[in-house]
Ligand binder design. Structure first.
Ligand SMILES: NC(=O)c1ccc[n+]([C@@H]2O[C@H](COP(=O)([O-])OP(=O)(O)OC[C@H]3O[C@@H](n4cnc5c(N)ncnc54)[C@H](O)[C@@H]3O)[C@@H](O)[C@H]2O)c1
Ligand SMILES: [Zn+2]
Length: 364
């Protein structure tokens, strides 16, 4: 049971394949490009579980480990990993293997983008979120005090290798956070897929192999479709930000106590209900989305005590706000997303409408 999805970069760099194969990590040597040396970059949790399995298949591989957690996706870790490469005599003929979640992928990808002005990286994502989202599209980077992901580079991977079997060790809440992005994929590109997720939640939760293969493959296809259409994020890729304008504000007002996956779930609900109220999105879309999210045990209402004015204020300073007006990426109906007649992929919405929905959802 193997499938692969080709990601086109429209000649901006090499196209690459996303391979989805149960057990891929056990035969990864055969799947990696030839290189003089390899450097496996991974976090402390994933190192314990999978690093040795990979290292022992390779004759010339170092393992560079950093402490797990978003708090370590920073310049200090980037420096330590780069120093680690120097200490292992890594050169331009070294291939970096990023084994882990999105934190590892972003960090290792950024190390690969900058080390000696760029060395190849193979992404081996081990969270659902990294498999269907972070590992595809070439965005790499680190956080600074001024904000998340503010320092970074586009650096397309040489390949993405997904072994769905590793989800067995992933904590269940991490699986749910990935599902928020999968539901988003359905909402922006494929209503039947959204319905399938809602109907298949038991099989997905039990990690039944057919369900997990379909989930990963369809989401990878959708993510690949949007990034290929817009490799450097100037237009269509904005669709992938559905729910994220509100989500980023919720993360900021909760000082990142709210996990991204939950923030995206709430954010999609607030944005789609606001869009319904503003006549932008087909009526009834929000209810279907809420049904899918609740099935995945994701929140469809805001945490108690959320202050809608604070959320509005946090949005107006978001880096995605342009010329003062907060913009949202909203599907016209579930499964359909397109630019408006002027070619804009995002749109403003009246503040009072959004604020009204926020207020309504935070007293539930
Ligand atoms: N580059 C992009 O396009 C992009 C897109 C979306 C998100 N991101 C980034 O991704 C990051 C979030 O990624 P994440 O949610 O994967 O978080 P993460 O990398 O922190 O992983 C979550 C936790 O799961 C552990 N883990 C990973 N795989 C495991 C496995 N198979 N078994 C057991 N434990 C495992 C990790 O050690 C960590 O504790 C954020 O920094 C975000 O900015 C990047
Ligand atoms: Zn997201």
């Amino acid at each position: 049971m193997t499938t692969s999805v080709r990601v086109s970069t429209n000649q901006i760099s090499q196209d690459y394949d996303v391979l989805i194969e149960p057990g891929a990590i056990d035969r990864i040597r055969a799947l990696l490009p030839d290189a003089h040396t390899y450097a496996i970059i991974t976090d402390t949790n994933v190192a314990r579980l999978y690093a040795e399995k990979i290292r022992k298949q390779l004759t010339n591989a170092a393992v560079l480990t950093f402490e797990a957690g978003e708090a370590n996706k920073n310049a200090e870790t980037w420096q330590k990993l780069s120093d680690g490469l120097i200490n292992h005599n890594a050169g331009r003929d070294t291939c970096i293997i990023a084994v882990g979640g999105g934190v590892t992928g972003d960090l290792a990808g950024f190390v690969a983008a900058t080390y000696m002005r760029g060395v190849p990286v193979v992404q081996v994502p081990t969270t659902l979120l990294a498999m269907i989202d972070a590992s595809i599209g070439g965005k790499t980077g680190i956080d600074i005090d001024g904000g998340k992901n503010l320092i970074g580079a586009f650096h397309q991977p040489h390949a993405v290798i997904i072994d769905p079997d590793v989800l067995r060790t992933l904590p269940k809440h991490e699986l749910r956070y990935g599902l928020a992005e999968a539901i988003k994929h359905g909402a922006i590109a494929d209503a039947a897929y959204l319905q399938w997720i809602a109907d298949s939640m038991q099989s997905i939760d039990a990690l039944e192999s057919n369900a997990i293969m379909h989930l990963i493959q369809r989401s990878v296809e959708i993510k690949a479709q949007f990034v290929s259409a817009d490799v450097q994020e100037a237009g269509a890729r904005a669709a992938l930000n559905f729910g994220h304008t509100i989500a980023h504000a919720l993360e900021r007002v909760t000082r990142y106590a709210m996990p991204h996956g939950e923030a995206v779930a709430c954010g999609m609900v607030v944005e789609i209900l606001s869009a319904e109220a503003a006549g932008v999105t087909e009526a009834g879309s929000g209810a279907k989305l809420v049904h899918a999210l609740e099935g995945a045990a994701l929140p469809a209402a805001l945490p108690k005590g959320t202050n809608s004015s604070e959320v509005m204020a946090a949005m107006s300073t978001d880096k995605k706000a342009r010329a003062g007006a907060v913009r949202y990426a909203i599907p016209a109906r579930l499964g359909e997303f397109s630019a408006d007649t002027e070619g804009n992929w995002t749109r403003p919405m009246p503040d009072d409408v959004v604020k009204g929905v926020l207020a309504r959802l935070s007293i539930k």
